[in-house]
Write a protein that binds this ligand. Structure first.
Ligand SMILES: NC(=O)C1=CN([C@@H]2O[C@H](COP(=O)(O)OP(=O)(O)OC[C@H]3O[C@@H](n4cnc5c(N)ncnc54)[C@H](OP(=O)(O)O)[C@@H]3O)[C@@H](O)[C@H]2O)[C@@H](O)CC1
Ligand SMILES: Nc1ncnc2c1ncn2[C@@H]1O[C@H](COP(=O)(O)OP(=O)(O)O)[C@@H](O)[C@H]1O
Ligand SMILES: [K+]
Length: 478
């Protein structure tokens, strides 16, 4: 499990580990880790050209100390100072090592590596204009850009990017991951994230993480596996109420998602036309209502009275349910209903659920997912470039196994089926949602061939491709 800690926890860790002691041992440890990563990226420090962007706080101090270490190994190091009060110890170390400090941005033009030490966890708001100008200049060169602790301009606690920000190739972060490195849009600015250990005293003071991200081993441990005693009922029967005469594909895809994610059985209920198509594509699905362990309701349901009647009927039995798409639109006007719910909105649907603005949801994903979870007393899986899963008790997980190739019609319908299968298999809503997002994202990467999830590699997928990839993802996990 990857874990991220908020700014308050990191400050507590700093304090416990001796921040501010004479000689700044903690900062030296951080700067040493930073310099080591830079040296690896430079592929030979001697004769390389390094530029430091230096703000007024500890973040600039890290950059200056790392610059000193690189200068001692033969790099030509220039610091561009954005402040008349740079970290004194760091500046002295840089000068003693033969580095220079100044304000002529022309040094950026032939830099091999630029270190962003403008601002770290003490930052507020987007980058100021002078900093934003330098960053734009640095990003226009061929230099590798390494952010210190967090890309400057990214809110470390939330991933908000309120204005200009650094887009780093690598971020070297200290002591603990920060939520802003895992949640978009901030995560998208961080590049590859490297963590420098600040020691056991720091770790012990951190407390519970604010945000977690499941890794393959966590998902493998969560997923229900069949045993000698299993039969199709014990493995979980999922009821799917999706699709309408206008939206038939949603039914086929949601049923497929549930089957291919390992449901013991799927019962489909819906109008004649989607029913006929589900029968043809999935002869293993049972048509009609009956006993189930969990429901999926909403994809392609329609938002008319007939849809509302189906939604109420499904949620009326108090079983765990995934509510998606049209189901969410209908739910927005309903009094609290039924049993434990997983809501799977994209940003537009989340905005409707909260009476908020879509752009605000996208800018502050963590906050809005948490708000929706509290307001609906449900686990909320907010879809998008990083998926945020929030529980009403405040726990948050994010998922980054996906790829931008997943932004394709019907992909969300598959996800709702996957999460439904895990709910039906007995996972609690928080685990079902977060493991479901992981599997769906991994299936997207496998199907598209986009191994690093950036969208730069790989190619288009259609929702049906995800269905083919899901069993392979599960097999690989085992
Ligand atoms: N504590 C420790 O022991 C350790 C800390 N460590 C390191 O220190 C970092 C935290 O240091 P910190 O607290 O000094 O804050 P930090 O992020 O450098 O900058 C704050 C200053 O930036 C400015 N500023 C603010 N917003 C801005 C903006 N939008 N655009 C431009 N400038 C802006 C503002 O100054 P102002 O210009 O307003 O006077 C403010 O005072 C941490 O991230 C890690 O890198 C590591 O060495 C490990 C040990
Ligand atoms: N930029 C992106 N990067 C990664 N995943 C994305 C991105 N955009 C969308 N997705 C994922 O693609 C899926 C799209 O779902 P949704 O918006 O409901 O589509 P639809 O309703 O057409 O099925 C979600 O799982 C979402 O998290
Ligand atoms: K920074």
């Amino acid at each position: 499990m990857r874990q991220a800690h908020g700014v308050g926890a990191v400050r507590a860790g700093d304090a416990a580990a001796g921040a501010g002691l004479p000689g700044d041992p903690l900062m030296l440890r951080a700067a040493h880790g930073l310099a080591r990563t830079c040296a690896l990226l430079l592929d030979g420090t001697y004769g390389s050209r390094v530029v430091l962007l230096v703000g007024s706080g500890g973040n600039g101090g890290d950059a200056l100390h790392a610059g000193a270490a690189l200068a001692l190994r033969g790099a030509r190091v220039d610091a561009l100072l954005l402040t008349d009060r740079p970290h004194a110890g760091g500046l002295a170390a840089l000068r003693a090592a033969g580095g220079r400090a100044g304000s002529d941005a022309a040094v950026l033009d032939d830099a091999d590596l630029v270190i962003d030490g403008i601002v770290g966890i003490g930052g507020r708001g987007g980058l100021r204009e002078d900093a934003a100008r330098l960053v734009a200049h640095a990003e226009a060169t061929a230099a590798t850009l390494v952010a210190v602790d967090v890309p400057s301009g990214v809110d470390a606690g939330t991933g908000e990017v309120p204005g200009a920000a650094v887009h780093a190739d690598v971020t070297v972060t200290f002591g603990a991951l920060k939520p802003g490195l895992l949640v978009d849009p901030g995560a998208g600015c961080a590049g590859v994230v490297e963590l420098v250990d600040l020691g056991p005293a720091f770790d012990a003071a951190l407390g519970a993480p604010e945000v977690e991200a499941l890794e393959a081993a966590d998902v493998a441990a969560l997923l229900p596996a069949p045993t000698a005693e299993s039969d199709k009922y014990r493995r979980g029967v999922v009821g799917v109420a999706a699709g309408s005469d206008a939206y038939t594909g949603a039914a086929v895809l949601a049923v497929g998602g549930a089957l291919r994610a390992g449901a013991g059985m799927v019962r489909y209920s819906g109008p004649d036309l989607p029913t006929a198509l589900v029968r043809r594509r999935w002869p293993e699905a049972v048509v009609g209502e009956g006993r189930v362990q969990a429901h999926v309701v909403g994809p392609g349901l329609g938002t008319d009275d007939a849809g509302l009647v189906r939604l109420r009927r499904v949620l009326g039995d108090g079983l765990p349910a995934v509510v998606d798409a049209d189901g969410l639109t209908l739910l927005a006007g309903e009094p609290p209903l039924g049993g434990p719910l997983v809501l799977t909105p994209h940003a537009g649907e989340a905005a409707r659920l909260l009476g908020a603005d879509r752009a605000d949801v996208e800018a502050r994903r963590l906050e809005h997912a948490q708000r929706a979870a509290r307001a609906y007393d449900a686990v909320v899986l907010l879809k998008g470039s990083t998926t945020v899963v929030a529980a009403p008790d405040g726990r948050v997980r994010v998922n980054a196994t996906g790829t931008p190739w997943l932004a394709t019609a019907g992909s969300g319908d598959v996800l709702s089926g996957v999460v439904g299968a895990l709910l039906g298999g007995g996972l609690d809503p928080f685990d079902a949602a977060s493991a479901g997002a992981w599997l769906h994202g991994a299936a997207g990467r496998l199907a598209s061939g986009d191994e690093d999830g950036t969208g730069l590699a790989g190619g288009p997928v259609v929702a049906e491709d995800l269905l083919d990839a899901l069993p392979r993802v599960r097999r690989d996990l085992a």
